[in-house]
Write a protein that binds this ligand. Structure first.
Ligand code: ZN
Length: 233
């Protein structure tokens, strides 16, 4: 995970919240999970804004977000709008920008089977580490092994790894491949200057506003290498 700096919400979300507040006032009843459908045409602007502030990476697994189109049966790889505090737990937070995150579809199908992660496997279980709120800094709550395993540095972080199934084979393999790619670059040139360049690539979005998938694992790997040479990032 990486800390997500929440920017301004899309104007249409402010509008939706106003309309929903009016419905609640008129009916005298609180929001229910079904009221999420009131988002309507604002769904795409919300997806775009979430993807932008997350450098086009899933807030939980750091896989690539695909923003085109709503996640449904016809578009199974589409991104989802996730509620950090689930709708069913606190319906009042349903349209709060600070509670919204962009997440991947949470399903990878490989030869060995189907692997569910992130929101899809979480259900409505609570999470402790909020990618969009610190302390604690989400990036500092996890470390990575060279084989791509993500390790929680606190009992809470460990719990969240289990809840989100972040050590599912496809994720572990993808992180290992991202680290292996950097190792290959370092065999060619392992100067501090090159380490710094690779660290920048893994921590600062490019001109399209994107970070490479699994950049968190790569950034942590390079930070360790730099520290070993007495250089702080
Ligand atoms: Zn994900």
């Amino acid at each position: 995970m990486r800390f997500v700096v929440k920017g301004a919400e899309p104007a249409c979300l402010t509008q939706v919240r106003r309309e929903v507040d009016r419905i609640v006032d008129d009916s005298g009843q609180g929001l229910t999970t079904a009221d999420w459908s009131e988002l309507k045409d604002c769904a795409q602007p919300v997806r775009d804004a979430l993807a932008f502030e997350q450098a086009h990476l899933c807030a939980y697994c750091m896989g690539r977000l695909r923003t085109t189109g709503h996640h449904d049966v016809t578009n199974p790889s589409g991104m989802k709008i996730e509620h950090f505090v689930p709708r069913s737990v606190q319906p009042a937070q349903m349209f709060q920008w600070s509670n919204l995150l962009g997440v991947c579809s949470g399903r990878t199908v490989i030869q060995q089977g189907t692997h569910d992660t992130c929101d899809r496997v979480r259900g409505n279980r609570p999470l402790h580490i909020n990618p969009a709120r610190r302390p604690p800094d989400p990036a500092a709550c996890f470390s990575y092994r060279r084989d791509g395993t993500i390790v929680g540095l606190s009992p809470e972080a460990h719990d969240d790894i289990v809840t989100l199934n972040l050590n599912a084979d496809p994720l572990r393999n993808a992180r290992a491949a991202a680290i292996a790619h950097v190792q290959k670059e370092l065999r060619r040139d392992d100067t501090v200057a090159n380490l710094r360049r690779l660290h920048r690539q893994a921590s600062s979005p490019n001109t399209s506003g994107e970070l490479p998938p699994y950049a968190g694992a790569v950034a942590a790997y390079i930070t360790k290498k730099l520290r070993a040479r007495g250089v702080e990032t």
